[in-house]
Design a protein around this ligand. Structure first.
Ligand SMILES: Cc1ncc(COP(=O)(O)O)c(C=O)c1O
Length: 398
């Protein structure tokens, strides 16, 4: 065993002792409101980003198969060499139309998209400010931009517009000022205060970037995201989002914005220049997901109704989930080990909900996070609620 291995083994043992070790559960069938989990049989999935239930929607799956037949399994190249297929162009046009920007550019993940944005678009005389509770991919993208673009970076207090305003006001020497926020904060389910963000960014001439990974397909009457939720489609400068959640749930991400932003990223974004393109099968199935979403806004309505029902019923049982309007319904427990224990007990009752602790969420704010889908039936949700009730009483939480 190398020195590195023995150090890692010791740390892994510590994770197990502290009750924070993550065990991977293997699904042996498609992702859905219920799925077959190896060793457990059928469980209710209340812990996936399959918000619209499109992972296993027949039209979406069929489009992936047709894409596989037509384009083959892989791109075998990066975009600018020979990895660009006609289906990438169609997908990017459909994503831009969906979120309301002139152009979009796909990436192999939203992680890559978030890494690309500040580090590629900014330079030495510029500044990027990031919300304190932004997703890890934004945090790392901002850190990287400091090394790559040599821009100034900063963090403003979560959703605190006075702090953001003051930090932008103090940055008089900065040429481009960029503000990055999650549209929906994934651990809280809270929605960013977009009208205020747009006002403050306009006031200071700053560029606003919104990561809509948990909002695309989820927020707004037709699932166009945070901007549609606030009646502000077309007012966000740059949107990043994932293809790995509501839009079929496979993988991939995109940046949507002006033609210049997307063209510049095509020319210079390192995750785009030095990494293979999104597989054509995924581009084809995601394109079908976007078309499905456009033709079926009732899925978004159903998602909203399911989320409201589940949140109300949890409250009725005596839990105190964080208030909100999104399908992310977190129940705060405090200690990481408690969150993991509750999720294990729920799994024993046939309900899969993940427990999250530090460092994913702040110390002392560990939680189980439920994610409701449009594909859940009332029977699925009621069965999950019965399991919550049983486990909650056993743990003396209710
Ligand atoms: C807000 C946010 N941004 C980005 C990502 C990363 O997306 P992807 O899985 O496409 O890399 C996630 C995924 O968890 C997310 O929640």
């Amino acid at each position: 065993m190398t020195l590195l291995d023995s150090r890692l083994e010791a740390q892994l043992e510590e994770f197990k002792r502290d009750g924070v070790y993550k065990r991977l559960n293997h699904l042996d069938g498609p992702q859905g409101p219920r799925a077959k989990m190896e060793g457990r049989g059928e469980v209710i999935i209340l812990s996936s980003n399959n918000y619209l239930g499109l992972c296993n929607e027949p039209e979406v799956v069929e489009a992936g198969k047709v894409g596989l037949e037509r384009y083959g399994a892989g791109t075998a190249s990066v975009r600018f060499i020979c990895g660009t297929f006609t289906v990438h162009r169609e997908l990017e046009a459909s994503l831009a139309r969906l979120v309301g920007t002139p152009a979009s550019l796909s990436f192999v993940s939203c992680w890559s998209a978030n890494e690309a944005v500040p580090g590629t678009l900014l330079g030495e005389e510029d500044l990027v400010l990031s919300d304190q509770l932004n997703h890890a991919s934004i945090i790392d993208g901002v850190r990287l931009s400091k090394a790559i673009a040599k821009c100034q970076t900063g963090v403003y207090l979560h959703a605190n517009m006075a702090d953001l305003d003051a930090k932008l006001a103090a940055a008089t020497d900065r040429r481009i000022k960029m503000v990055i926020t999650d549209g929906v904060f994934s651990m809280e389910g809270a929605i960013a205060p977009l009208p205020d963000l747009v006002d403050i960014c306009r006031k200071h001439g700053a560029v606003l970037v919104v990561d809509d990974s948990h909002a695309t397909g989820v927020l707004g009457a037709t699932g166009r995201g945070t901007a549609e939720h606030f009646g502000m489609v077309g007012q966000v400068d740059i949107i990043t989002s994932t293809l790995g959640k509501a839009l079929g749930g496979a993988a991939g991400g995109f940046v949507a914005g002006s033609g210049a932003v997307c063209d510049f990223l095509t020319q210079r974004a390192r995750p785009q220049l030095f990494s293979n393109a999104l597989p054509p099968t995924v581009a084809a199935s995601t394109l079908a997901s976007v078309r499905y979403l456009e033709a079926h806004p009732e899925r978004v309505t159903r998602l909203r109704e399911n989320a409201r029902y589940f949140r109300d019923q949890l409250n009725g049982l005596g839990f105190k989930p964080l208030a909100g309007e999104t399908p992310i319904v977190p129940v705060i427990l405090g200690e990481t080990a408690d969150a993991i224990r509750m999720s294990e007990m729920l799994l024993e009752e046939g309900v899969f909900v993940t427990g999250f602790g530090y460092p994913v969420v702040p110390q002392g704010q560990a939680r189980v996070r439920c994610q409701v889908s449009a594909a859940h039936t009332r029977a699925d949700l009621d069965q999950a609620l019965a399991a919550f009730s049983q486990v909650g009483r056993r743990l003396k939480l209710i």
